[in-house]
Write a new protein. Structure first.
Length: 369
């Protein structure tokens, strides 16, 4: 069978690659054509567009690159039509994928969505168009199934793929990791500033501003696979920090604490049981727009899933050197850390067990074979 998969960003590439492996176990004749990254390409098939080519975030940024975005949408539609897949599988990346899903459904293609758009966070009215355009929805957060049920849309809760991704990795040896990257024996504080240039630019300078106040620790930046090291060097010339590229999980497995940009990384950090401060800062205009359409109490997945403030969130003007320094001191305190670890274990239990990729692959293949 032919499978057309559209994923965006490094996380989509990771989950897409694991889904492709699981589909191949169900369908020995699986033929893949996809938008994704290096991990999906390693599995096999044809990579149409790399996610690095379309890393655009924020309302203003999208408007500024509107011609490029529309061009990619048009190209994607033509490519799907020429390929004639048995199913089009969308992974996260809602801004792009929901537009393609609407078109694909009217063209008669079977549409499946893995990792739901965050309609529970804003613009819940989109559920009606999702019901119309998506044949099967596979959700990874426990509260999403109940959310969709309120709109009479039956979706599949398949578990969270991060549980598989982390369980399948062997933890790094701290001594070997430190030796490999020229680190000393001090505990590590990881800096996860995001994956796109726009967010890294806004996040990293503030994160680096606290380094001098924590001389008993060493700071290590988790470089995104979508960015060159030279880009990070523009921020690190005056700071005594280290840098590792495309080794985020290895870094988290040996870290004592972390400063993390809001997103999937907050959940990854929690699953590695690393105390963290969650940070977010967007452009002034984008933030004002977001503030008016998002109705959630929290922005981090950790707090959202547990429905309480487990990790501190520093948003927009609160994300400053003074507050960040204060909150970092708190998560280095032993009493705070013990409570965080307890909450992290509760979080893991709520996410269910392993097997998300296999669950999705079985449901997809059963429907088309």
């Amino acid at each position: 069978m032919k499978y057309y998969i559209i994923a965006g960003e490094a996380s989509g590439d990771l989950h897409g690659s694991n889904l492709m492996k699981a589909i191949a176990k169900q369908d020995s004749n699986a033929d893949f054509r996809f938008w994704g990254g290096d991990l999906m390409q390693e599995v096999g098939g044809i990579l149409v567009k790399h996610y690095k080519e379309r890393a655009i975030m924020g309302f203003i940024e999208v408007i500024m690159n509107l011609r490029k975005v529309l061009g990619m949408i048009s190209f994607c539609k033509k490519d799907i039509k020429q390929y004639q897949p048995a199913v089009v599988i969308f992974i996260d990346n809602s801004g792009f994928n929901l537009r393609i899903a609407k078109w694909a459904k009217t063209e008669g293609f079977k549409t499946n969505y893995y990792i739901s758009p965050q309609v529970w966070a804003s613009r819940a009215s989109r559920v009606e168009s999702i019901k119309r355009d998506v044949d099967e929805m596979f959700v990874i957060l426990p509260f999403e199934k109940e959310f969709y049920k309120k709109y009479d849309y039956d979706v599949h809760f398949v578990g969270h793929p991060l549980l598989d991704a982390i369980a399948d990795r062997k933890p790094s040896d701290p001594k070997k990791f430190k030796a490999a990257f020229g680190l000393d024996e001090r505990p590590i504080i990881a800096l996860l500033p995001g994956s796109r240039k726009q967010e890294i630019t806004k996040m990293l300078s503030v994160m680096l501003s606290v380094v001098e106040d924590f001389s008993k620790y060493q700071f290590v930046i988790a470089g995104a696979p979508s960015q060159e090291q030279s880009f990070y060097e523009t921020f690190t010339k005056k700071s005594a920090v280290h840098f590792v590229s495309n080794r985020t999980y290895d870094l988290l497995s040996v870290s004592h604490a972390a400063l993390v940009t809001s997103g999937t990384a907050t959940l990854e950090t929690a699953l590695y049981k690393v105390p963290q401060v969650v940070c977010y800062k967007g452009s002034a205009i984008s933030y004002q727009i977001i503030k008016r359409i998002i109705t959630l109490k929290y922005i981090s997945l950790v707090n959202l899933i547990l429905d309480k403030e487990v990790v501190t969130e520093l948003i927009q003007s609160d994300f400053n050197t003074k507050r960040l320094t204060s909150e970092l001191h708190k998560i280095l305190d032993e009493a705070t850390r013990v409570k965080l670890f307890t909450d992290y274990f509760a979080l893991e239990q709520k996410l269910g067990g392993k097997g998300a990729s296999e669950n999705v692959a079985k449901l997809i293949c059963k429907a088309i074979m």
